[in-house]
Design a protein around this ligand. Structure first.
Ligand SMILES: Nc1ncnc2c1ncn2[C@@H]1O[C@H](COP(=O)(O)OP(=O)(O)OP(=O)(O)O)[C@@H](O)[C@H]1O
Ligand SMILES: O=C(O)C1=C[C@@H](O)[C@@H](O)[C@H](O)C1
Length: 303
């Protein structure tokens, strides 16, 4: 019994570490998972293709929770390969968890689809598991594996459903989801920052700014929201705001993504003031990698 799935990386509109409210958007970078189940196998053996010494607890927990809930507790193996760099602020753990849960559903022969938004209820009788149910299971695995502060339901829904999602991470509720079509430029410095190590108290200190960002996001003003978010959380987490200031004249929005270190700029193709090439020029001499991509509105898929 083998299953395969892919899920999206994401950029940040609102970091949830201040208040528990968060928002993120899916981008065209993917993590893929292959799951092989065996009723006779004891335990689950995980491998991360790009990082053979990486911690596989999250993806193993995802398979165990999924077979416990929808199967007969089968064991087996899970392997991820990913274009989303680890610990870079681009939601690698959410993408890996979503891809793994969906690949496990695929290996179990289950049909995955969408129920009514926000509830996770399977309204289509042909659907065994909704993507929101699968997403919530991945968030539970992330909490149990200790790789998240709030559960990161914002990142997980953006990765699973695509588009911009606004969530309450305390209750794992989806408050809104909307499609967006932006060009995206990502600068990833060479250093890495694990979300679980972030200074939560410093983030909580900027809670009034996070409330303002949440209001903007719920009003559909995502790009302005992410720019305010970036300034507030760069200051709180000790990241340089210069890349954001350099991008601002040429971008619709720009923010530190997650707990960093990546910075993500977005350009609305209908906005004549924006020019991703000029953002790329402004960031061109910085160490690390520059990635040109786009938003995605389709989310995670079984392959
Ligand atoms: N591609 C992957 N395959 C398997 N496990 C992964 C993968 N990416 C992340 N993880 C797991 O999640 C843990 C945390 O990773 P990471 O800090 O990248 O997650 P994150 O919270 O999504 O951060 P970021 O937003 O910075 O990417 C890793 O130590 C690993 O256990
Ligand atoms: O670990 C977490 O709870 C989070 C990490 C970052 O990606 C944040 O951007 C997200 O809002 C929450």
């Amino acid at each position: 019994m083998e299953g395969r799935a892919a899920a999206l990386g994401a950029g940040t509109v609102l970091n949830a570490l201040a208040t528990g409210s968060g928002a993120a958007f899916g981008i065209d970078v993917e993590a893929r998972a292959t799951v092989t189940l065996d009723s006779d196998a004891e335990g689950i053996d995980g491998t991360i293709a790009e990082d053979p010494d990486g911690d596989t607890a999250l993806i193993e927990r995802c398979v165990a929770l999924a077979t416990g809930r929808w199967g007969d507790g089968e064991g087996g193996a899970v392997r991820t390969d990913s274009d989303v760099p680890l610990a870079a602020g681009l939601k690698s753990s959410s993408a890996a968890a979503n891809a793994t849960v969906l690949a496990t559903c695929d290996a179990l022969g289950l049909t995955v689809g969408d129920g009514s938004a926000g509830t996770g209820n399977a309204v289509d009788p042909a659907v065994d598991v909704t993507r929101l149910e699968a997403c919530r299971l991945g968030v539970r695995a992330a909490r149990e594996a200790g790789v998240t502060v709030t559960g990161a339901f914002d990142d997980a829904t953006a990765s699973m459903l695509g588009g911009v999602t606004v969530t309450d991470n305390a209750s794992d509720e989806l408050r809104s989801r909307e499609a967006v079509d932006w060009d995206v430029l990502v600068w990833t410095p060479p250093e890495r920052a694990y979300s679980a190590d972030a200074d939560v108290a410093r983030c909580e200190a900027v809670a009034p700014m996070a409330d303002l960002v949440a209001d903007l996001a719920l009003d559909g003003r995502y790009a302005e929201a992410m720019t305010v978010n970036g300034l507030a959380f760069s200051a709180a987490l000790g990241f340089d705001a210069d890349p954001a200031v350099e991008a601002m004249p040429h971008a619709t929005g720009v923010s530190l993504s997650g707990t960093g270190p990546s910075v993500v700029a977005v350009a609305d193709p209908d906005d004549p003031e924006t020019d991703p090439d000029r953002v790329a020029d402004a960031w061109g001499d910085r160490p690390g990698t520059l990635r040109r991509t786009t938003t995605r509105n389709d989310g995670a898929t079984i392959e």
